[in-house]
Write a protein that binds this ligand. Sequence first.
Ligand code: ZN
Length: 690
Amino acid sequence: MTDSHALVGVALMLLLAAAVQGATPEVEKASAEAKQALRASHGDSEAPRIDRGVDQVARLWRAEDGDAAAFKELVTSEFLPTGEALDGGFQRFESASESVNGYFTAMIRDLRRGVDLDLGPVTSLDRRLAAWNSASHISDDMFGNKLAFVALLNFPLTTLDERMAKGMDWSRRQWAETRLAGQFQTRVPSDVQAKITAAYSAADSYINDYNVYMHHLVTADGRRPFPAGLRLITHWNLRDELKARYADKGGLEKQRMIARVMERIVRQEIPAAAVNNPLVDWNPETNAVTKAGVKDADAPAGRSDEAKADREPDERYRQWLGIFQAERVADPFTPDNPSHIARRFNVNREIPEAQVKALFESMLTSPLGAKVGALIQKRLGRKLEPFDIWYVGFKPRGQYTEAELDAMTKKRYPTPEAYAKDIPRLLRDLGFSEERARFLADHIVVDPARGAGHALGAGRRDDSAHLRTRVGKDGMDYKGYNIAVHEMGHNVEQVFSLTTIDHTLLQGVPNTAFTEALAFVFQARDLELLGLPKPEAKDQGLLVLDTFWQAREIAGVALVDMSAWRWLYDHPDATPTQFREAVVGIAKDVWNRHYAPILGVKDITLLAIYSHMVDAGLYTPDYPLGHLIAFQVKEHFRKRSEPMGPEFERICQLGALTPDAWMRKAVGAPLLAEPLLQAAATAYEGASKP
Ligand SMILES: [Zn+2]
């Protein structure tokens, strides 16, 4: 960034800061008069509501909203006294919110079809449609038409501290009112919001096209260890391929090769020509690129067979930085949470950053890590290697090869439609009644995904959730199936937490970690759903060790992500190159502290391979939180003898409480790492006995 750019940036920030200052003296005076007038008409019993409501409006009132007289007119005429008037206002807001959110959700889903679904090549028009967030003006509109002020006047804003301290005693209606007003807690202008959306969309497209054509990875002696036609998206498919190779006798060479590819991507040493390109061969060890010696797949548009060795020019970090720069412009508009970090933890997650960090560190510093590492070394019969952070040998799945599992799923699911048709059966086998299974299946639409797969919930009770899954020409492979079962868990949660919930203002779950937790509950049973035997009690203990090892791995990933964002706020003018150097340094540091002592090698950067670091703005902490939450939720279901369905529905219908309140009401305890650590310690004792 040049100096003049930096100056423009500073000027913009000052201007923004001025725009978000509090009420003028005139509005302050009008506030006092309005409060008095309202008390005179509605009585002293309404005084606390009047004072709170008028203050909430004054705080966000700007010159463009009108003068002090307009302010006074609005607050005195729109105040709804407790009783029928307030109840009626609440119901109208709830119904309107569902309608507005629901139709925008459906519209955005339609606009993104070309980019999200595997319906042929992505055109530039598809990208433009996907980048257009037609809902980005809602906040401006709601303040412009004063509906936001009517909500703020009549319903309470609360802080995270208040919700955590008092929420357990609130009624459902109180929670719904809190969520109603909470939508208007901040006022970010639509042009700022649109830039944020565009930055995420650009990063998302970058990641969705980041494939490695595995047959084109060559060894020094010219061999191709991977089969023809295998195209893997970074990082999900690469990591899952690495995991799958534990069941393969000659898998070690392939695992080392994948780990090398990942290191090259993180450090941006990967030749740009080797990304998403079957027209060149690449030796990830020497980094040499040559014209492809075989043809095994059609090349995406615009790829050339020129064997250029130039490295990818820090594009990974330019995209990530783009999200930071866009989010930062919103900071002055959220004075209570003036950074993306604060908004992610206090607003989106509703768990304080310090608490999240402490949870992760308690997992990483537990002496159990070294013990389980030693056990893995014994089971593998070789020294641990860095990529063994992804060891899956505790899982019964390790008993089948990927090819065997692929054959089973491809036969069963030749098309997305075949999977859709099987949903009622899958749900019945998971413990839902015939009637509920059918109801759910009627609310889930299956689409062919371009990426690895995802679940998209609806916003209106009578709309459907969408399950996006990747199905190859010869059917759904095991990876795709495993993801589809996971996404179906999201869909079921999405349907229950919207269509059958008491208040649609409480639609959803506390934050994305909870929907991940519920999806893991489904995903953990994927083999059982294929008709393969249920794990025995001995295997259950090994599964706990597997969860611990996975949670421990992803906790480190989340710490790298969190430190990277802290670094960004300390170095807001960083270049992509500087940022790459910082992330590599952070990844090594977290590795050297928590992984090198167990896995034996220093300065590894594998933790930074996660794609959602690049395209999802501090999303990765939700993965380890998800493991912890999922463990507590799974334990809750495991201890019950009844079928899972009705309890799963009850829990989903708790809706968008704070994580703390949700956990207490769902499983009777707050969010903790100890239940997993204790269960893993017990399982370790069992597994290490001769
Ligand atoms: Zn998920």
